[in-house]
Design a protein around this ligand. Structure first.
Ligand SMILES: Nc1ncnc2c1ncn2[C@@H]1O[C@H](COP(=O)(O)OP(=O)(O)OP(=O)(O)O)[C@@H](O)[C@H]1O
Length: 357
């Protein structure tokens, strides 16, 4: 049986040994009574300092520092084998770090105080195939001591309410994944951890999962997920950590990671144009590239600057053949950081244009 069940069994065992078999239902006091969480950005939900995990001579996670803030969707981005799953497991307390420190919801990972507030999907979920979604959730709720009172609500959240009474073997992979998220939501968690939640899903399944992740965030749940699909994460994550060979290379919002943009200015009088462009306010470096001039500028001022460039070129009587935004995709950023072209293209989801699949 997959980890979903094992984790629930473990959580259930923890709760019985503490003598509070219903404590997943009796919400901890840290959550506001409305059920919605505050969005104070300074509220750190996961904090890792120097997190390192070695398996023999192999270092899976190497001195990782990261902070996940309450209410955000944080994405771990990296190719297969980068160390994402291992890091998530350390956050959950499923592996013991070789060095460094992790705090999850202010508690030691794997401790009852942390577990009771976390929902997880870190392996493909397994369900009883001839039971319905509702039947499976009922079984899980009883097993884990989370109760069954939230079943209708979580089925609604994952958009399975209308199919809830069908046997699960009829479900698509995407539906099964969403049911896995529903199982993780039974205990009304503050933090949900999803390891490669869209792995193996078709474009429609991915879109549904993205929608679901946004819904979780709108409900005030902090989401930490991993993915090797750069096109996917940039549409769903508030912040990203780029991981490669166990190291966190960069952290930031998608725009921060993609950094400055450039405007491409095509003209057959580049020398004169360069002079004109360099004198404009808001223009960074102007340099020839691939048959045009590239004008570095801030992302948020690119649009205004483009019209100023057009005006200035016309005023100076210079021909203008091309005026376009040259933007970097996450794949470009990843390549720049790692030089690992193969890893940047590990899947069709890593599209050059960053478009949604
Ligand atoms: N239990 C283990 N024993 C030995 N090596 C392991 C173990 N778990 C992970 N590793 C190794 O640690 C490295 C990181 O693996 P990890 O699964 O964390 O990467 P990942 O980024 O999640 O990749 P994937 O997306 O393929 O799961 C890999 O080289 C992997 O082979």
């Amino acid at each position: 049986m997959a980890l979903t069940f094992r984790a629930y069994e473990r959580a259930a065992a923890v709760s019985s040994s503490s003598g509070r078999t219903r404590h997943y239902v009796d919400r901890p006091t840290t959550r506001p009574p409305s059920g919605r969480h505050s969005r104070t950005v300074d509220d750190i939900v996961v904090e890792a300092t120097g997190l390192t995990k070695r398996y023999g001579s192999r270092t899976a996670v190497d001195r990782l520092d990261l902070r996940v803030r309450r209410g955000e969707v944080y994405g771990f981005l990296g190719p297969n084998g980068a160390g994402k799953t291992t890091a998530l497991r350390a956050v959950l307390g499923l592996v013991r770090p070789s060095a460094g420190r992790v705090r999850t919801l202010g508690a030691v990972p794997g401790s009852p105080a942390a577990l009771r507030r976390i929902g997880m999907l870190v392996e493909a979920p397994a369900f009883y195939p001839y039971l319905s979604a509702r039947g499976n959730l009922r079984a899980l709720g009883r097993l884990a001591g989370t109760g069954t009172s939230r079943i209708d609500q979580v089925l609604e959240t994952v958009d399975l309410a209308t199919r809830a009474d069908e046997p699960v073997h009829r479900y698509s992979l995407g539906m099964t994944q969403r049911l896995g998220v529903a199982a993780a939501l039974l205990k009304a968690p503050e933090l949900v951890i999803l390891d490669e939640p869209t792995n193996g899903l078709d474009p429609a399944g991915m879109a549904d999962m993205r929608l679901l992740i946004r819904r979780l965030r709108d409900d005030g749940i902090t989401v930490m997920l991993s993915s090797h699909l750069m096109g996917e994460v940039q549409h769903v994550c508030d912040r990203l950590g780029v991981v490669h060979h166990g190291r966190l290379l960069r952290e930031g919002t998608v725009d921060e990671l993609r950094g400055a943009v450039a405007l491409r200015v095509g003209t057959d009088r580049p020398a004169a144009a360069r002079e004109v462009l360099s004198s404009l306010v808001g223009v960074g470096r102007v340099a020839p590239r691939n048959g045009a001039l590239e004008v570095a500028c801030r992302r948020d001022s690119a649009r205004v600057l483009a019209s100023r460039i057009a005006e200035a070129m016309v005023r100076a009587g210079l021909p203008l053949h091309e005026l376009a935004l040259a933007d970097r995709t996450l794949e470009d950023v990843f390549l720049e950081l790692t030089g690992d072209r193969a890893a940047a293209r590990t899947s069709p989801g890593n599209r050059r244009d960053g478009s949604e699949p």
